[in-house]
Design a protein around this ligand. Structure first.
Ligand SMILES: NC(=O)c1ccc[n+]([C@@H]2O[C@H](COP(=O)([O-])OP(=O)(O)OC[C@H]3O[C@@H](n4cnc5c(N)ncnc54)[C@H](OP(=O)(O)O)[C@@H]3O)[C@@H](O)[C@H]2O)c1
Length: 207
């Protein structure tokens, strides 16, 4: 995801629990996309949390520990949760139901001073990281902070191939997150990387 934002010229601080690992990640991304001058900066999670807008891209198991430790730094900011709680049940990927109903709501409860938004849950990781072939997909965005949702949608609309869709308040996060394992099953069965497109909307996504 960092490369997509860097690809449109946004400076991205790539966070990590280890600044050294972040530096390795940034080096690897620059080597993957030579000549693009991607504005990627390595940092630890504290440095990344100091950015204007923060996307938390840890697996669901680690998200609460991660954001809780950064609560003060993240106050007043748009904080994006993209994590999906899921597990393997036999051969199938299945959703897990967190006590809060969704990971996004859990993040919002852990960060009461932040403007928490859910987004990006359904994007297939591999193709999304390919700057040469932008994904063709809608991104459902949910937040109880309506202006944060609008800001996020406007940002997503700048990313090649993506369209941000207002999916309502944080109550929608449960369904959005729980759909991801079903999409993974589609992709497993069809041996592809399908993404979502909603029909019946104005092409700009505006109502
Ligand atoms: N990848 C995508 O494009 C994509 C798309 C849609 C949704 N998602 C969702 O986003 C979440 C993250 O996915 P991912 O594939 O990016 O995960 P990942 O590669 O497994 O983890 C991302 C980074 O999180 C850090 N991390 C790992 N375990 C952690 C823990 N227990 N506590 C704190 N930090 C930890 C690690 O960085 P350090 O060790 O350097 O700290 C790791 O490199 C998942 O829930 C996934 O479903 C991902």
């Amino acid at each position: 995801m960092s490369v997509q934002f860097a690809g449109i010229g946004t400076e991205v601080v790539v966070g990590s629990r280890s600044a050294e690992r972040a530096a390795d990640t940034v080096k690897e991304l620059h080597e993957t996309w030579p000549g693009r001058n991607l504005p990627l900066v390595p940092g630890d999670n504290d440095t990344a949390a100091a950015a204007d807008l923060v996307i938390v891209a840890t697996p669901w198991e680690g998200i609460l520990t991660t954001v809780s430790a950064l609560r003060k730094t993240l106050a007043d900011k748009v904080v994006v949760s993209m994590a999906n709680a899921l597990t393997r049940w036999g051969k199938d990927m299945v959703p897990l139901l967190p006590p809060t109903g969704s990971i996004t709501v859990a993040v919002a409860r852990a960060l009461p001073e932040s403007r928490v938004v859910g987004a990006f849950h359904h994007l297939p990781a591999g193709p999304w990281a390919d700057l040469d072939h932008p994904l063709d997909a809608d991104v459902m965005v949910c937040s109880d902070d309506r202006s944060a949702a609008r800001e996020m949608i406007a940002l997503i609309d700048q990313l090649p191939g993506l369209r941000g869709i207002d999916a309502g308040g944080l109550a929608s996060a449960l369904a959005i997150e729980a759909l991801t394992p079903a999409l993974l099953e589609v992709n497993r069965r069809y041996k592809t990387h399908a993404a979502l497109r909603l029909t019946g909307l104005d092409p700009s996504g505006q109502q």
